[in-house]
Design a binder for this molecule. Structure first.
Ligand code: AMP
Length: 256
């Protein structure tokens, strides 16, 4: 696996691979089985697999959350190599947001509800970095997790609105045996906090917004709502100690 740090480097490396299909898996690292499910699908479906590894400062409202985000690049690169990734794109923040940067993508309505209401500017950061990654890598297919259902909805809207030539593939949420959706942030939970966090998947598994709200009573809830995405989901976000957890279950089709 080759590791590219600059836009010029990844573009030059990709120039050699344009005959086949290119799959992109955007990540912020601290890789777990959720990321691996995306990498495996990309490896099975594409000739060249690119994984980006970039903790995108523009999508964090809170500096403490950004600074505390788990980072272990050496391990992530080893995991990506083992998963058969061909090219890792791991740029610096200055490479992605050079001095004078001032162009942003705003998916106005979908980016303002649910997560967007609680994390102003989050989806502006997500949409902007993803559009930039899509422009740099020019993937045929980009892989995302249904765990972040609103991110999928926002990016699908952006792809349609800007007539981008790529397919977005959303893959089911991967969970631990106890039902908690895998997340890089789970490593911050104490065992007592993790026990409390389990209320979220249990509540959403009812697929009933009122029952879910009752089951979460007493916890710090940001929202529990039915979101009209495709497929519609019952989505929730809670805070456990200093960790914020999001999860959702599709209300149609696949049970994950
Ligand atoms: P992140 O590194 O958190 O930005 O996540 C990178 C990609 O992995 C995003 O498309 C996420 O939706 C996806 N992802 C994160 N956690 C999971 C999970 N538990 N199951 C499936 N996909 C996931």
């Amino acid at each position: 696996m080759r590791v590219c740090r600059t836009i010029d480097e990844i573009r030059a490396a990709l120039d050699q691979c344009r005959e086949g299909t290119v799959g992109l898996v955007p990540t912020m690292g601290a890789l777990h089985e959720g990321h691996l499910s995306l990498l495996r699908a990309a490896r099975a479906e594409c000739d060249t697999v690119v994984m980006s590894l970039f903790v995108n400062p523009a999508q964090f409202g809170d500096t403490a959350d950004l600074n505390g985000y788990p980072r272990d690049e050496e391990r992530d690169l080893a995991v990506a190599t083992a998963a058969g990734v061909d090219l890792a794109f791991a740029p610096s923040a200055a490479e992605m947001y050079p001095s004078g940067f001032q162009t942003w993508v705003e998916v106005e309505e979908l980016g303002a509800v649910l997560e967007g209401r609680h994390r102003p500017g989050h989806f502006r950061g997500v949409a902007t970095v993803c559009l930039k990654l899509f422009t740099i890598v020019r993937p045929d297919v980009a892989y995302f997790g249904q765990k972040d259902a609103q991110q999928v909805a926002v990016l699908r809207r952006m792809i349609a609105d800007l007539a981008l030539e790529l397919e977005l593939r959303a893959l089911p949420t991967v969970r631990d045996d106890d039902g908690l959706a895998l997340s890089s942030r789970n490593s911050r939970l104490s065992s007592e906090e993790r026990e409390r966090a389990l209320a979220l998947p249990r509540a959403l598994a009812t697929r009933d917004v009122e029952r879910a709200r009752r089951l979460l009573d007493g916890l710090e809830i940001d929202y529990v709502e039915v979101a009209p995405f495709d497929p519609p989901v019952l989505a929730g976000a809670i805070r456990v100690g200093s960790t914020r957890l999001i999860d959702n279950v599709p209300l149609e089709g696949d049970a994950s």
